[in-house]
Ligand binder design. Structure first.
Ligand code: NAP
Length: 284
């Protein structure tokens, strides 16, 4: 019999928060997180969630809002200032970035020891060799949700839909680290009309695209773990990329949107800030 459990991201985030409080109590002073964001309603919502969790844990924050028209040099200038400032331990630059900004140059500008999203080339390389101490907050959140099910991933068929640098690719690497047999799908898969066939055999399905209803409920393999990363605004409601109600009837575990990956991702930002603090302390 299949259980059909809806994974509660808020509860999982609270569990992680309890462990983080204990870690913070062992530090000689609280870490500080620098948040650089392009002023938009979506960024304001995400930033507010980050500030709230940081404040409740006693992590200090510094904010630097920039207009969506900000040039590359302005963004890199702020990063350089924070790199040189020993009282700033973590740097988080909100994504997506506006079109005039080259995100790879931004990633490379961040001191790798302060890189909360694990996007600096050095951190990407460490992830490739399964040696990263700091990784993509969203990818780590996806893994927390999957691990909360208690299912052993070794040898399972995992399918990741979406191959962005910030979500799809890092999730795929983390699933590989757990010895899941991992397939990565993307626009090419969909255009070739082959998305359904891959999704249908997924025992672990992670979807990170940003297209509402892309994944039909009927495609879900009975008993699968389904993690929906997508955030879409449809008629004033936030929804994911998966047809939730239909998928829920077939999945053993499914994450909702909102209330699934999102709250855990914010907690991973806090976890990585603590990790960055320790990295800098240990390399002094
Ligand atoms: P992204 O950079 O736009 O990447 C989207 C990915 O989806 C790309 O790899 C793209 O492939 C692929 N794709 C596009 N159309 C597709 C289709 N029809 N079939 C299969 N794949 C397709 O977005 P992202 O940053 O990874 O974010 C993905 C979603 O997750 C967004 O809705 C975002 O808001 C959400 N998100 C949520 C959180 C959270 O904490 N909950 C965090 C980050 C992101 P190509 O490159 O080949 O076109």
């Amino acid at each position: 019999m299949i259980n059909h459990i809806v994974l509660n991201g808020h509860l999982i985030a609270e569990r992680i928060k309890t462990a983080l409080r204990q870690e913070l109590a062992r530090l000689s002073s609280p870490p500080t997180l620098g948040i650089l964001y392009f002023q938009s309603p979506a960024s304001e919502v995400y930033k507010a969630a980050q500030l709230q969790q940081a404040a409740s844990l006693g992590i200090r924050t510094v904010e630097e809002p920039v207009p969506v028209s900000a040039p590359q040099a302005q963004v890199e200038g702020i990063i350089q200032r924070w790199n040189d400032e020993p009282t700033i331990h973590g740097i988080f630059v909100h994504q997506p970035m506006p079109p005039q900004i080259d995100p790879q140059r931004v990633s490379a500008a961040i001191d790798p020891r302060k890189d909360i999203e694990g996007i600096h080339p050095q951190n990407s390389a460490r992830r490739f060799f399964a040696k990263a101490r700091i990784g993509s907050c969203t990818a780590l959140a996806v893994m927390e949700l999957i691990e909360s099910t208690g299912v052993d991933l070794a040898g399972k068929e995992a399918v990741v839909v979406g191959h962005s640098e910030i979500v799809g690719r890092p999730v795929s690497m983390l699933l590989l680290d757990k010895l899941a047999t991992t397939t990565i799908c993307h626009l090419g898969t969909d255009k070739a009309g082959r998305l359904e066939e891959h999704v249908r055999r997924a025992e672990i399905l992670v979807v990170a695209v940003g297209r509402p209803q892309l994944i039909k409920g009927a495609w879900i393999k009975p008993g699968a773990i389904v993690i929906d990363v997508g955030i879409n605004l449809v008629k004033g409601r936030v929804v994911g990329d998966v047809e939730f109600e239909a998928a829920k009837k077939r999945a053993a575990f499914i994450s909702p949107v909102p209330g699934g990956v999102g709250p855990v991702t914010v907690m991973m930002v806090m976890k990585n800030t603590i990790e960055a603090y320790k990295l800098q302390r240990d390399s002094r």
